[in-house]
Write a protein that binds this ligand. Sequence first.
Ligand code: ATP
Ligand code: FE2
Length: 339
Amino acid sequence: MTVLGIESTAHTCSVGIVDERAEVLALASDMYRPPKGGIHPREAANHHVDRLPELLDRALNQAGLRPGEIDGISFAQGPGLGPCLRAGATVARALSLAWDRPLFPVNHCVSHIEIARALSGLEDPILLYASGGNTQVIAYARGRYRVLGETIDIGIGNFLDKLWIALGGTFPGGPQIEAEAKRGSTLHPLPYSVHGMDVAFSGLLTATLALAGKGAERPDLAFSVETTAYSMLTEITERALAHRQMTHVVLGGGVACNERLRGMVRTMVEERGGTMFAPPRSLCVDNGAMIAWTGELARRSARPTPVADSAVDPRQRTDKVRAPWREAGLPPRPVPSAP
Ligand code: ATP
Ligand code: FE2
């Protein structure tokens, strides 16, 4: 069984193909990079419309598959920028109709966590989803993924990107702040904003820019920001483990690429006797393979969606959609079938 997934919620457009064991057979991606400042939704959508046909060809070639050998089509239905979402959805609907294959719209946030959970092999972990627009601590309960705690202002990735651009850098800021932080050593005190299981980053942004204005060195700023922000995420993840009496943690989302964050969460989890898993970087950032895999889970546990009912939903939260594959008790990663 193979499912082809299309991701186009924001900067990245991507086509992935996976099989029924979550093996990634193909992944072809491209990123819209605004000439300066933040993302312009219409321009990003035009970029995706231009690039998707070639990415589709590349993915089919990589997988060595013909259209007739694809068993389902999925796409990211939301959350995201309306014009960008519609670009991917339109291509997915066209393929579903032209190839006569079932269509499975899936949630982008749930897809970040399902590909991570599949590769971890962990049945029921706490999930820390840290990305551009989202920062959530999540657990599954009664049919859907529940958000136990989250950012009450901006996503951690957007915070890092905004900060880096304000300091004169380019998008994406997260990986460049990581590189810069490795050369820093002075820990400047910064606002540490944890409220129960929620976090906030805007005070941290203002305070860091104020320090920069007073001449603090960039490597030290990067080091201090990473230490503060990732400690906040580690703390709320630990609180979720304690309250839910759970042991294992899976990371997902673009910021889960970060070595420092991985290390801090791993230390905390291992001290509690659990394991921490983070996927390879190509599957942490936005990618079509995570959409394809969640489409495969949907294919096994739910009916396909008619094209007429497949509208995009720019505000579709993690906890708005059901996870019928969890209700059905499917294992995180199916055991390899006998040859
Ligand atoms: P969302 O999933 O909330 O819709 P998104 O889809 O825009 O957000 P992702 O592709 O999941 O975002 O993640 C992109 C973010 O990850 C960017 O903000 C980027 O700066 C950040 N990021 C990527 N690599 C790293 C890294 N090594 N360290 C910290 N942040 C990183
Ligand atoms: Fe994402």
